[in-house]
Design a protein around this ligand. Structure first.
Ligand code: ADP
Ligand code: MG
Length: 266
């Protein structure tokens, strides 16, 4: 693939808390090529959301470097779009107005009618045609998450960060959303980082899965995935997928300090 778009090099970070420093990241390395899609998995509390804040420039690491498109990240970047587990849509705005929100903040060359056209196009792409004038509370959780995804990409960010966006949804809705993600990725070019605790989601959506160790997190394991672009959930049930999932599950157990070392047990 092409050049590295996101580069995280030797990042270390500790939060200063009342009880003293809390080391969260300790030697994090990650490279995502332009157009790539990386999934990051790791134990709860290991520093995944911290990593997203560093990439978005919302925080600076104590040590190490974060680069986006050949530029060192020193502050918040409008070229990054984000979506979270909680869609945080504004109830006093319609779905269309919620999606258009970033265009009021980030400089855009689009006229008002072009902005609306773009927002409507994205809503149609994720299956929300006809819901433009509804309020967030009139939509299901899955639909709100679709709208939140549109809002994250409406200003055409180079980088899309998804922090457990499907984590609160039921299994079937989640699988629908995975298919939608494939559709969006095919239509809207971006370089993605997906935080997830769902290993199936990671191999279905990403072309690279990074397993972080327990806190303080370092890059423990990197897997290249070949399922990318496969839109059929059935691909998750092939022997190749089962093997990939097994390897990742084992790596997560190591990260959690729970791996059973068969030889040592003998
Ligand atoms: N602003 C903060 N100040 C102090 N501690 C924090 C702060 N943000 C997160 N933490 C702590 O840092 C650790 C990593 O947090 P986070 O990056 O949210 O983990 P994850 O997303 O992997 O669950 C957790 O123990 C969390 O409680
Ligand atoms: Mg988190």
């Amino acid at each position: 693939m092409s050049e590295a778009l996101i580069e995280i090099k030797g990042v270390r970070h500790a939060y200063q808390t009342k009880a003293g420093p809390l080391p969260v990241l300790d030697g994090l390395n990650l490279t995502v090529p332009e157009g790539g899609f990386a999934a990051v998995v790791g134990p709860s509390g290991c520093g995944k959301s911290t990593l997203t804040r560093l990439v978005a420039g919302l925080m600076k690491p104590d040590h190490g470097e974060v680069w986006l498109h050949g530029e060192r990240v020193k502050g918040p970047k409008s070229t990054v779009g984000m979506a979270f587990q909680n869609p945080v849509l504004l109830e006093w705005r319609t779905i269309l107005q919620n999606v258009m929100l970033p265009l009021e903040i980030v400089p855009t060359k689009l006229s008002k009618s072009q902005q609306e056209e773009r927002a409507r196009k994205l809503l149609a792409l994720v299956g929300l045609e006809g819901f433009e004038e509804k309020r967030p509370s009139e939509l299901s959780g899955g639909m709100r998450q679709r709208a939140s995804l549109c809002r994250a990409i409406v200003h055409q960010p180079e980088v899309l960060i998804l922090d457990e966006p499907f984590g609160a949804l039921d299994a079937f809705t989640r699988e629908d959303l995975w298919q939608t993600m494939h559709k969006v990725k095919a239509e809207e070019p971006f370089t993605g980082v997906l935080i997830t605790h769902d290993l199936r989601e990671s191999i279905f959506l990403a072309d690279q899965v990074i397993v972080l160790s327990g806190r303080p997190a370092r890059t423990q394991y990197v897997m290249d995935v070949h399922l990318t672009g496969e839109r059929d959930i059935e691909h998750l049930y092939t022997p190749e997928s089962a093997e990939a999932l097994n390897i990742l599950r084992h790596q997560i157990q190591i990260a959690q300090g729970r791996a059973v070392d068969a030889e040592a047990a003998e």
